[in-house]
Design a binder for this molecule. Structure first.
Ligand code: SF4
Length: 78
């Protein structure tokens, strides 16, 4: 995220010291509007986010993994 122009309050350092998008307690990116499911900084989102297209295979796989992880943390079975 070095050259990206991201609001600092939406970022945090990971365990390796790199800057990443912060996540809120629900696990989703801090820049995600929870009511619309749209990115609140879409025009200046990190370059890594440009690599994901909504609904492409990577996107669907990430959503599947995240949804399964959330269900497991709440004790639900698949
Ligand atoms: S596009 Fe990137 S910055 Fe925007 S909500 Fe999604 S993960 Fe966060």
């Amino acid at each position: 995220m070095g050259d990206d122009n991201i609001p600092l309050e939406l970022t945090e350092r990971d365990r390796w010291g790199g800057w990443v998008m912060a996540r809120l307690d629900d696990g989703w990116c801090a820049a995600l509007d929870r009511s619309t499911w749209l990115c609140t900084i879409y025009g200046r989102r990190p370059m890594i986010c440009h690599d994901y297209e909504v609904g492409d295979n990577d996107c669907i796989e990430e959503r599947r993994l995240h949804t399964n992880a959330r269900m497991e943390s709440h004790g639900a079975s698949r």
